[in-house]
Ligand binder design. Structure first.
Ligand SMILES: CC(C)(COP(=O)(O)OP(=O)(O)OC[C@H]1O[C@@H](n2cnc3c(N)ncnc32)[C@H](O)[C@@H]1OP(=O)(O)O)[C@@H](O)C(=O)NCCC(=O)NCCS
Length: 193
């Protein structure tokens, strides 16, 4: 992929790249007007009932609440929401959530979704690279953490390729059905020395 910086928005450098197949991907900071697109992409991924904790009926977020969530991240210099966009359509998103405790405020928890039809083309990689670059320059975030189903081997491989390592796991932390469990794998990556 060819990366090139486009502009600055809310201290995030928007990055444009060409995906395999020729579509133009833009990764940029989310704006309040992205609310409907963000919700649609998130709901589509939850509806797969795959490797995500939240089940579709548990996600009852209104557009107003989502807009406020985006705005809160724009206002907090230690938090971030990115969108991945193709032809003006949100096809993925990434959030970095900073805990509101001073002794934890050097950390951020990463969440990411890419809609099914766009996976395996580097969108997740582009989102995470942008988030790590932003975190390293933020002056606020030193450590990025995430948790992932032990069964989500593709995602774990992607995170390892981008420098994340396992820091522990919660055995049977996730119950995916009656008598069916997976471990919750905790991963981290420092973004400062
Ligand atoms: C996990 C997730 C975000 C990854 O996003 P993605 O866009 O598919 O990630 P990438 O395309 O960057 O990388 C995934 C794979 O594509 C490959 N890839 C990356 N760039 C590529 C390119 N330019 N051309 C072809 N393949 C590429 C990667 O090597 C990787 O290979 P793998 O199949 O061996 O894992 C996405 O699968 C998803 O949203 N899943 C459902 C929700 C979820 O599991 N979220 C994570 C919870 S912790």
């Amino acid at each position: 992929m060819v990366f090139r910086g486009l502009m600055t928005l809310a201290q995030v450098r928007a990055v444009e790249s060409i995906l395999p197949g020729g579509a133009k991907l833009v990764v940029r900071a989310a704006r309040p007007e992205d609310t409907a697109g963000l919700l649609a992409a998130t709901v589509a991924v939850f509806e797969e009932r795959g490797h995500t904790v939240t089940e579709p009926d548990e996600f009852q977020v209104t557009e107003e609440q989502e807009r406020a969530w985006v705005q809160r991240h724009l206002d907090d210099p230690g938090s971030l929401v990115l969108v991945a966009e193709v032809d003006g359509v949100v096809i993925g998103s990434l959030s970095l959530e900073r805990p509101n405790r001073r002794r934890l405020a050097h950390t951020a928890i990463l969440g990411i979704v890419v809609t099914k039809e766009w996976r395996g083309r580097g969108v997740g990689t582009a989102l995470i690279r942008s988030a790590l670059a932003w975190a390293a320059e933020s002056g606020a975030i030193e450590k990025v953490c995430l948790s992932v189903f032990s069964s989500n081997v593709g995602a774990i491989g992607l995170y390892e390729r981008l420098g994340f390592a396992e820091e522990g796991r919660r055995p049977r932390g996730i119950k995916v059905g009656p008598g069916s469990y997976v471990d919750e794998v905790l991963m981290y990556r420092f973004v400062t020395r």
